[in-house]
Design a protein around this ligand. Structure first.
Ligand SMILES: C[S@@+](CC[C@H](N)C(=O)[O-])C[C@H]1O[C@@H](n2cnc3c(N)ncnc32)[C@H](O)[C@@H]1O
Length: 330
């Protein structure tokens, strides 16, 4: 191979010149020989000392597991371009055809993402009261507990025992920005506390309820980990505590069933307080049916509502969106 030999004092100047001339071969490492450097070049160039030598190739790190995974070519287009990373655990959604190659896919993810220690495939949709899913181990450690960091807080959780989605981090930060110091917040479906712990860094008090004992166990632990004594975990059905709490802000992060809990939410918010409602909608009617339901429940309770903001949070299935509606109750 061809190289250009220069004294090390000239190295940086020559390197820039070779890049400018587009002759530096970036696939190989620059060689050192005592006080001299030898730059790999793609073609001869005038005005430099040209030498013939061997260069060590630069190892190119793949950016995606798809570049290294061993699956038949006809299945490549089915490989997901992304997957969830929760702490040091990856959770990927694979089509039936790809499940047969789950081990190879898991190993490719471990190879490319050195911080990931375990890979699981989604084995079912999120279901049941606890909103959890089955997971199938693909590669790495057979461990489902991890420590996830988002928005400056630490969340310990077990991906097999509790609901958690890292995709809601931006939404949680949106609510954090809206919350005000001195407020009392009621997180009706708190999970391991990604809203509760974050908001507790700003507001006076957070009541955090969940019906899943594992979620509340981790919530207690996350309260300690993040030094947020102003979080009050409550284990049980939110129907039993709603109404006893009077909050300035209520969070209803149970999109599948939130409409069934509007009465409880409205009874738990102070007059003039805000409810953050989440739902699932078809793209043809993102907010209409949810807003009708909100107005109906308010009317039944002799209350009034003022809609403040409507947002698509994220797509969750073809033509389906997770939506958010913020409204004030009087
Ligand atoms: C979609 S998850 C949201 C968890 C958390 N807010 C988050 O962002 O990760 C909904 C949570 O509501 C809890 N849940 C479901 N029904 C409930 C009820 N009736 N009372 C209290 N919690 C309930 C589930 O156990 C689950 O942890």
């Amino acid at each position: 191979m061809l190289g250009i030999r220069v004294h090390k004092h000239e190295g940086e100047k020559v390197r820039r010149k070779l890049i400018e001339l587009d002759v530096l071969d970036k696939n190989y490492k620059v060689k050192r020989e005592g006080d001299f450097l030898i730059f790999p070049i793609k073609e001869r160039v005038e005005g430099f000392e040209i030498v013939e030598t061997e260069f060590e190739p630069i190892e190119k790190r793949p950016h995606s597991y798809r570049e290294v995974v061993d699956v038949p070519d006809y299945l490549r287009s089915l490989l997901p371009s992304s997957f969830d990373i929760i702490g040091d655990i990856a959770v990927i959604e694979l089509s039936e055809e790809l499940m047969e190659y789950g081990k190879q896919i898991g190993e490719a993810i471990l190879k490319v993402h050195k911080h990931i220690k375990a890979v699981f495939a989604k084995g079912s949709a999120v279901s049941g009261e606890f909103r959890i899913r089955q997971l199938i181990h693909l590669a790495g450690e057979k461990r489902t507990e991890t420590l996830h960091r988002e928005n400056g807080i630490k969340l310990k959780l077990d991906v097999a025992k509790v609901y958690f989605s890292p995709r809601l981090a931006t939404e949680r930060m949106r609510i954090f920005k809206k919350a005000k110091e001195g407020e009392i917040v009621f997180d009706m479906f708190a999970g391991v506390g990604p809203y509760s712990i974050l908001l507790a860094k700003k507001v006076r008090l957070v009541f955090a309820c969940d019906i899943n004992p594992w979620a509340v166990k981790y919530l207690e632990e996350n309260k300690r980990l993040n030094k947020t004594p102003n979080v009050i975990p409550i284990l049980g059905d939110v129907r039993k505590v709603a109404g006893q709490i009077k909050a300035d802000r209520v969070i209803m992060n149970l999109p599948k069933f939130a409409h069934e809990f509007l009465r409880e939410a409205m009874l738990s918010v102070k007059s003039g307080g805000i409810i953050h409602y989440y739902g699932f909608s078809h793209e043809d009617d993102l907010f209409g049916k949810h807003e009708e339901k909100i107005k109906t429940v308010a009317r039944e309770l002799g209350k009034k509502v003022k809609f403040l903001e409507r947002r698509k949070v994220r797509p969750y299935a073809p033509y389906q969106y997770n939506i958010a509606i913020d409204f004030r109750v009087f």
